[in-house]
Design a protein around this ligand. Sequence first.
Ligand SMILES: [Zn+2]
Length: 416
Amino acid sequence: MDKSVLIFYAIPVFFLLIIIEFIYGLIVKNNTYRINDTFVSISIGLISRFPVILNLGFNAFLFTLAATTFNLKLLPLDSWVTWVIAFLMYDLTYYIQHRLHHEIKILWATHVVHHHGEEYNLATALRQTSTGFLWKWMFYVPMMVVGIPAEVFATVGGINLLYQYWVHTEHIPKLGWMEKIFITPSNHRVHHAKNPEYIDANYGGVFIIWDRIFGTYIEEKDDIKPVYGTVKALNSWNPVWANFQVFYNMFLDSMRTKKLSDKFKVWYAPTYWRPSDVEEKYPSKPVDLKNKYNPFMSTSTKVFAAIQMLAMILISNSLFLNINSFSYEQIAIFGAILVVIPTITALLMQNSPFALLSVGTLNLAILIVCLSGLVPLQALATQFTLFTSLINIIFFVYQITFAGKYEEFKLSNIRS
Ligand SMILES: [Zn+2]
């Protein structure tokens, strides 16, 4: 079974559990959800499905290619030994690649997306990179050489990813003997914490035993509450920026440094390393353990964000449900729309002067795309998109007329 199929069927369960965790948090007076943070987590998760669907991932393709080209002797599909070897090998490989993604800059640039969240809840689990397809597959090459069949690889990979979902919660305490063997909410909280005492630990996917063997295990301590997020905070709600921030910073550093060798070293150095001349001129900010990124949101922005969140879920799921009836180009168009919608929302949530202008113009563009025949009008995904863009245009008109935001809108025009 394709990994993306497993994940697809899990999506309704993911959302149901998010709602349950949210309600539970309200009941026990420890709500771990904020609408802006949740919105970004969900939109980053939905966007990250597109590189996979557009076949930008190489895993399954390479497995089949390697097996047919090199005439690999595949392990038998119906033997439980194959599955056990595959499961353990996948998890060990996961540990190795995950650890390297935290230790080497260019790898960190793709994985960082999963760690930006300053809240820790089930929605945080959905924050998945959109650029992981670039090189993650390389780490799994030994599994091809051993002869793991592509189906087995995809299934154990899917199970590994699904397992990791439930550990993203603050509500489950330490779990006794399980802490010694498995990744649990407690030891994964440590992995997401930016406290100096917790940094760079607990890289396992399903098993914590790799961390214990290789010396990267840190236990959650009662007197040190994890503070979540990245040492260098993202300070943005923009899902596109989240995916490219570290790439951009590496590019800046390599342009700015005078030393030729450092221009290259920026890309493969340890994550925290920066060229000394650049660090001197543009020093990194110390880690902030007190403040969360949380710009003021008006009620209308909150309502707008909630509508966009619902719209994105409906559009993407109605698309995935009938994915075979769309052409490659049409899927790419929907992918672009599902990048534009959260980007506009991010501008509003950040009180950007360009927010209203973007809401008006980009939704008009989406409306034109829906009516132009580029995407099939009879498809449910198109109809949801059309409906969303209409609501957003009404929101825009309302804001600049009755809500008295015309001056703000005009100002944004002048500034732009
Ligand atoms: Zn990580």
